[in-house]
Design a protein around this ligand. Structure first.
Ligand code: PLP
Length: 212
């Protein structure tokens, strides 16, 4: 399954982020040996432990909700934080990154589903804070992330992806920076729709690792 998915994504220049949460280091090493370098985790503690045990050239992506008091544990090595959903969190990442003279790449997680269980930053609220966020010198906003509603109704999912894509295009013209390129949308159940709607990164767990 991994090889087929990888090849179909490569044809469209979409990056496969292997979501390895709850998977063992042995399992992750097997995918590393097949050439996979980008892995996504949703818990800080788990990511820190795996980072210590696995090859150092892995790109670790934090995809889950991030608490400000945990930023310091990942700031040295994290490749991309997908889940920035407030100015307070962005400021904290900036503060920790500046202590170690690093610039950390982030995505803003835009709220696209009305499911209250999902985190995300309302686009219009984000726009109100954009100047303050863009002034932070030790973070670099490289794109948006979104999670569609957990539903089997493909029309709803597609509409939600179209909504974030339209925000993405609008904001790309506002920010006018060549590095603002990433749209992280799509998981196992909806990545095909996400690719059709312009994903540049898809976050796939159960489909490639099994749903254990
Ligand atoms: C778990 C998770 C995924 C992957 O989910 P699958 O259904 O296993 O592909 C993607 N994004 C986020 C934010 C997740 O927490």
């Amino acid at each position: 399954m991994y090889k087929e998915i990888l090849q179909s994504l490569q044809k469209k220049s979409v990056k496969l982020l292997a979501v390895s949460k709850t998977k063992s280091v042995t399992t992750i090493q097997k995918f590393y040996d097949k050439g996979q370098r980008d892995f996504g985790e949703n818990r800080v503690q788990e990511m820190v432990e795996k980072h210590a045990q696995l090859p150092q050239d892995i790109n670790w992506h934090l995809i889950g909700h991030l608490q400000r008091n945990k930023v310091k544990y990942i700031v040295q090595f994290v490749h991309l934080i997908h889940s920035v959903d407030s100015l307070r969190l962005a400021k904290k990442i900036n503060e920790e990154a500046s202590k170690i003279n690093r610039t950390v790449d982030i995505l803003v997680q835009i709220e696209i589903s009305d499911e209250k269980t999902k985190f995300g930053w309302n686009y219009h609220d984000f726009i109100e804070s954009k100047k303050e966020l863009l002034d932070l010198e030790n973070i670099r906003l490289v794109g948006f992330m979104g999670m569609a509603k957990n539903t089997t109704d493909e029309d709803i999912i597609r509409e939600e992806f179209q909504e974030i894509k339209s925000h993405f295009k609008k904001f790309k013209s506002i920010i006018n920076q060549s590095y603002f390129t990433e749209l992280s949308i799509g998981m196992s159940s909806d990545y095909l729709i996400a690719v059709e709607e312009g994903a540049t990164i898809v976050r796939i767990g159960s489909l490639i690792f099994g749903s254990l």
